[in-house]
Write a protein that binds this ligand. Structure first.
Ligand code: HEC
Ligand code: HEC
Ligand code: HEC
Ligand code: HEC
Ligand code: HEC
Ligand code: HEC
Ligand code: HEC
Ligand code: HEC
Length: 388
């Protein structure tokens, strides 16, 4: 009755091909299920089960991420919380098992306490440099030559610079000094004062951090240091490159403008930024009334809502165009020129966003730039249709 082990082996030997095929199918199916589990447990929705709060700070890590520029650009949890490459990924997954273990063994108070005091080195600068510089990216790739290619489970593993950051419209922060809207030399400051990314970008993603907090950070060394070679507080233009350019109607690629009416009439930065000396850097609509009639508050609000509306619309269009370009790339079409046009458009969009004033510094120029962004993005879409 039945088959002995010996019979079974004999049977297998006779049906070697069938057995091989069946084994391979089983292994692949098992591997597939595991990969699906790995994928599923890497999704923000999964993290949300145990990090469910709204707003900023401990427990609200998914919600704060969702409203960040990184999320908008498709950078997800394990792109920052897990080093590049297959081992980095697996290590992050082991960390996940630790999370699970703690979830069922510690009290909610203990959990909150851990989350409120993240390790200084939780996301080391190396991780950020991988995406935000060419050299950091190249070095890591060379040191992990063999394990980098094994899997591409995340955006992170496919990040190759300069292509990645150029396609996202980002500067190489260790080479370029026009970053965000500021003139700021990362390499000089980081190397001279041995700083880490989180010394300045301490609120990145999960904590609330205002621009005033960031400026005050600079003023530790850039105010009341007489005789220092470092630019001082009153020298707004040394740091605020985008705002100077916007006031002067220049700086966007392929779009030339003119001085704003007020800047042309010799109203300088501190003409409107009257509170800068007392730490009130940001003016409001009320500032307009210092020189104009009450109605100018409405002009301010009109400029702001018009520009904001356009920016929101363009953000959606930009995401759509990027998806279409990537899709065309998977079909091996020649998209080089269209990517270049796309890069120009997002550079200009970021330029207006980084001015940070909804067009108040030069509403005419801001509108011209945003108009050109829309045209460029639509031209990319047209180009994609024609390239068939
Ligand atoms: C089953 C519940 C659970 C899930 C699901 C979960 N976490 Fe956690 N997480 C915790 C707990 C509990 C802690 C605090 C204890 C600890 O440090 O592990 C924590 C801590 C963390 C920390 C702090 C660092 C550390 O290890 O000390 C990070 C980062 C983190 N989680 C990221 C994530 C990410 C990313 C995901 C989704 C891929 C996720 N978590 C999913 C429960 C969970
Ligand atoms: C752009 C990089 C980046 C992304 C993307 C990111 N994080 Fe973080 N995360 C950080 C940094 C940096 C810290 C260190 C603490 C800080 O600065 O708030 C951190 C800290 C944490 C912590 C520790 C507790 C805390 O509140 O500080 C948890 C938990 C966490 N992140 C979960 C997540 C989850 C879940 C996601 C995805 C929904 C995510 N992170 C996406 C960079 C990132
Ligand atoms: C997977 C690649 C990746 C990693 C890792 C990464 N970033 Fe980014 N970062 C991006 C992209 C893409 C953007 C562009 C977002 C956009 O289009 O607005 C960005 C934007 C930024 C900005 C601009 C302002 C903003 O919040 O949108 C800052 C500052 C920044 N990153 C700092 C960091 C720091 C600090 C770290 C490490 C804790 C880090 N990034 C990790 C890809 C990455
Ligand atoms: C001394 C403070 C300081 C340190 C340290 C620092 N940064 Fe920055 N970073 C800034 C300032 C200021 C800006 C410009 C902010 C703005 O105007 O939007 C900036 C902008 C950026 C941007 C946005 C670039 C763009 O054009 O959108 C990225 C990305 C970035 N930093 C990454 C990093 C990384 C990665 C590290 C660590 C290796 C780091 N920074 C360390 C102050 C700092
Ligand atoms: C730890 C002290 C320190 C901090 C913090 C600091 N700086 Fe500096 N910075 C200096 C010194 C010192 C110099 C002078 C360098 C020289 O001699 O040219 C300098 C030079 C500069 C210059 C002029 C040189 C150039 O690149 O054109 C700018 C602009 C500048 N810093 C911007 C910033 C900004 C923006 C921040 C905040 C994000 C900041 N710094 C934070 C110390 C600091
Ligand atoms: C040493 C460099 C430096 C100098 C000098 C400087 N700033 Fe800033 N300022 C910054 C940085 C960095 C930020 C943060 C930018 C960001 O993150 O987008 C900032 C932020 C601001 C903000 C935004 C504040 C908010 O919370 O919304 C205003 C407004 C501003 N600066 C005005 C001025 C004016 C006006 C002057 C001259 C009186 C000046 N700044 C001088 C570096 C500087
Ligand atoms: C006509 C008045 C006016 C003049 C002139 C002016 N600003 Fe502003 N600026 C504003 C107002 C108003 C805001 C806030 C706008 C808002 O909240 O939408 C602002 C915002 C800013 C911000 C914050 C940007 C951000 O990222 O949030 C900076 C930095 C700034 N101005 C720098 C400058 C500099 C540098 C100059 C001189 C080259 C200048 N401004 C000239 C009215 C002015
Ligand atoms: C320090 C004084 C001062 C402040 C503050 C100021 N302006 Fe002006 N503004 C002027 C001057 C001077 C002109 C004249 C330019 C011309 O007509 O040659 C002007 C011109 C204008 C014009 C175009 C001509 C007109 O009169 O309609 C507009 C629009 C305007 N300002 C709006 C604003 C808004 C909005 C604010 C607040 C963000 C503001 N201004 C803040 C001094 C100021």
């Amino acid at each position: 009755m039945g088959m002995s082990v010996k019979d079974f082996l004999t049977w297998c030997r006779k049906h070697l091909i069938l057995v091989t095929v069946a084994t391979v199918v089983l292994i692949v199916a098992f591997g597939y299920v595991n990969v699906q589990v790995l994928h599923m447990t890497s999704e923000p929705e999964f993290c949300h089960l145990c990090h469910p709060a709204k707003g900023f700070g401990a427990l609200a890590e998914v919600d704060s991420w969702e409203h960040s520029g990184h999320a908008e650009a498709g950078v997800s949890c394990l792109d920052c919380h897990g080093q590049p490459g297959v081992f980095g990924y697996m290590k992050a997954k082991m960390g996940g098992l630790k999370d699970l273990y703690f979830q069922v063994t510690i009290t909610p108070e203990e959990k909150r306490k851990i989350l409120e005091n993240p390790d200084e080195d939780l996301v080391p600068s190396l991780q950020c440099l991988f995406c935000h510089t060419d050299e950091g990216n190249k070095q890591y790739r060379e040191e992990h030559k063999y394990t980098m290619q094994l899997v591409e489970m995340r955006m992170l593993d496919s990040v190759k610079n300069p292509e990645f950051r150029m396609r996202k419209g980002l500067p190489d922060i260790m080479e370029e000094t026009f970053v965000g809207g500021s003139h700021f030399d990362h390499a000089f400051h980081i190397e001279s004062f041995e700083m880490e990314c989180n010394n300045c970008h301490f609120g990145l993603i999960h904590r609330e951090q205002s621009k005033t907090d960031r400026m005050n950070m600079c003023l530790v060394c850039h105010a009341e240091n007489e005789g220092s070679s470092a630019p001082q507080l009153a020298d707004c233009k040394a740091c605020h490159e985008a705002q100077v350019a916007m006031n002067e109607g220049r700086g966007a690629k392929g779009v030339a403008g003119e001085y704003s009416l007020m800047y042309a009439a010799d109203i300088d930065c501190e003409g409107c930024h009257t509170g800068a000396e007392t730490g009130q850097f940001r003016p409001t609509a009320e500032t307009c009334v210092v020189c104009h009639e009450e109605e100018y508050v409405d002009i301010f609000n009109d400029w702001a809502s018009e520009t904001q509306g356009q920016i929101e619309e363009l953000k959606v269009l930009r995401a759509h165009v990027e998806t279409e370009l990537k899709e065309a790339d998977t079909r091996k079409r020649n998209t080089e020129e269209l990517w270049a046009l796309y890069q120009k458009a997002i550079y200009n969009l970021r330029f207006v966003k980084n001015d940070g004033t909804s067009g108040v510094h030069n509403s005419e120029y801001a509108n011209m730039i945003l108009g050109s962004v829309k045209t460029d993005l639509n031209d990319v879409l047209k180009g994609l249709e024609q390239a068939w």
